[in-house]
Design a protein around this ligand. Structure first.
Ligand code: DGL
Length: 279
């Protein structure tokens, strides 16, 4: 198979590249295959059933190309599809493979950042309405109070490269103010969408001074390192040639032009046809 033993990293579009970048920094020895479902992004406003169907198709594509381990570097997919994929798809059809998300590793440690015990979550409509963050954080940090704010305009602005425009400021300010109004004691804000690191400077401009803004890339990379350490049988199946390959379901010209903003270096992608299982 084309990418036998590569670790799959998935996002609805470009956002997961902010996570892959940190994973490669920490674990450069492995081979990685990135897939952005740009043709159907954003996922943020889509229903549970649609996000599940899209994500499951992409996971299947990774498996058909030789991956044993896939990271959903997308909060929306992690919130809306991961559990069903693990229970219905992996357990029954692929018991020797694993799919991991970004919510669990984040919620395991996010409570360590706050002194006031008030955390703000900024994410897509899908992630917020799933309530995954408050539910998971309460398991690890029962004293932490979670305040959530959906930011439905941010991913479309970022995916369309409009996030540095004046218009973008309006929406950044609007959602940050709405979160701040929920509770002025919030001292830690989690960017629970892998696209948002691209607007971190704008977000900082509108948040009260001293607020900690947390992104997920390093957290997920640390957690993957620990996971591979614990799961030796899976680690042994991971190929190690220091290579990364990039695929998109949409135009490779557009992807290559824009992906470097997220990844920090030039990318040369290939087109992915989800309907073809040929590897
Ligand atoms: N990067 C995805 C996330 O973390 C964006 C979701 C979308 O496509 O709206 O949620």
């Amino acid at each position: 198979m084309k990418h036998q033993g590569s670790i799959g990293v998935f996002d609805s579009g470009y956002g997961g590249l902010t996570v892959l970048k940190e994973i490669v920094k920490k674990l450069p020895q492995y081979n990685y295959v990135y897939l952005g479902d740009n043709a159907r992004a954003p996922y943020g406003n889509r229903s549970f059933d649609t996000v599940y169907q899209y994500t499951q198709e992409c996971v299947e594509w990774f498996f058909n190309h030789g991956c044993y381990l896939v990271i959903l570097a997308c909060n929306t997919a992690s919130a809306k599809a991961l559990r069903t994929i693990q229970q219905k798809f992996i357990a029954i059809q692929h018991p020797n493979k694993r799919v991991l998300g970004v919510i669990r590793p984040t919620t395991e440690i996010i409570g360590n950042y706050t002194l006031s015990n008030h955390i703000g979550i900024l994410a897509t409509n899908g992630t917020i309405s799933s309530n995954s963050y408050p539910i998971e954080i309460s398991k690890f940090f029962p004293n932490v109070i979670v305040h959530q704010q959906a930011c439905p305009m941010w991913v479309p602005l970022i995916e369309n490269n409009e996030h540095n425009s004046k218009g973008a400021d309006f929406f950044v300010k609007e959602y940050i103010n709405a979160l701040d109004k929920q509770n002025p004691n919030i001292d830690t804000i989690l960017l629970a969408c892998t696209h948002y690191p691209l607007i971190i400077n704008k977000i900082k401009e509108y948040t009260p001074i001293g607020t900690k803004i947390i992104t997920q890339g390093e957290i997920v990379a640390d957690s993957l390192m620990q996971y591979l350490h614990k799961h030796n049988e899976l680690e042994k199946l991971c190929s190690k040639d220091f290579k990364q390959h990039f695929y998109t379901t949409d135009s490779i010209v557009e992807f290559d032009k824009y992906a470097s903003l997220f990844y920090g270096e030039k990318i040369s992608s290939k087109h992915c046809n989800l309907n073809s299982s040929i590897s």
